[in-house]
Design a protein around this ligand. Structure first.
Ligand code: FES
Length: 233
């Protein structure tokens, strides 16, 4: 049984970190995904029981965020950003090519269970556009060819090194990380990974070279004063 005593012990570890148990819901849902590959009906019942919530309350949260999956996810989740900037710089073509190659559409998994494909909204890495993530690790400045090689390698069982950050794991291990329960050795590797943020700093460098700076904000004119508390009689 996937959601067993061991899961309950891990859940308790998460719950103990919060003053109110209901605040543990988001990491708990990641724990469920680590065990089940998605937020299953059993997982919803598990969270509701552990946190003293109704299944409707848990379901309402789980269906609000796109990171919580409604069907079993493959070994790897491949997300292609098709938001405006990535889309225009090649993200749309990458998504179309992967869709053809894998024979699946959005939020669908290949028959061999290795890959789930999705098109994603902005992945907050526009300065590296177009980007693809695998289990939320970034592969920057992708082309149709590089993305096709990436998925081919994943299907062969390889774990290609992301452009930034640590090594990729499986989707389920990534979910364990998001639940705050990452293996300490893997966590150390991720922390030690050196990231290049040079593209993110180009605008700042350009502004400094030109002697430009943002104008001082006049907060008093935009933020109304806080009314004084009334004295209790
Ligand atoms: S538009 Fe793709 S990361 Fe922002």
């Amino acid at each position: 049984m996937p959601l067993d005593e061991n899961t309950r012990a891990l859940a308790q570890q998460i719950i103990d970190q919060y003053p109110q148990s209901r605040s543990a819901l988001l990491p708990m849902l990641h724990l469920v995904q680590a065990e089940e590959g998605y937020v299953s009906p059993d997982g919803i019942a598990f969270c509701a029981d552990a946190l003293g919530l109704t299944k409707a309350e848990v379901g309402a949260v789980a269906t609000f965020y796109t990171m919580y999956k409604r069907h079993p996810t493959g070994e790897h989740l491949v997300s292609v950003c098709t938001n405006t900037l990535c889309g225009m710089l090649g993200g749309d073509a990458i998504y179309a090519a992967l869709k053809d190659e894998l024979g699946v559409g959005h939020d669908e998994t290949t028959a061999d269970g290795t890959l789930t494909l999705e098109h994603a909204e902005c992945l907050a890495a526009c300065d590296y556009a177009p980007v693809v993530t695998v289990n939320y690790e970034f592969f920057d400045n992708q082309t149709v060819e590089s993305a096709m090689s990436l998925v081919a390698a994943l299907r062969e069982g390889e774990r290609p090194q992301p452009t930034r950050g640590g090594k990729i794991t499986s989707f389920r291990d990534a979910e364990l990380e998001l639940a705050g329960l990452l293996d300490p050795e893997l966590e150390a590797q991720k922390v030690a990974a050196v990231d290049s943020i040079e593209p993110s700093l180009r605008g700042l460098k350009l502004a400094r070279d030109r002697g430009e700076a943002a104008p001082e904000a006049d907060y008093d004119s935009v933020i109304p004063p806080v009314p004084a508390k009334e004295e209790k009689k």
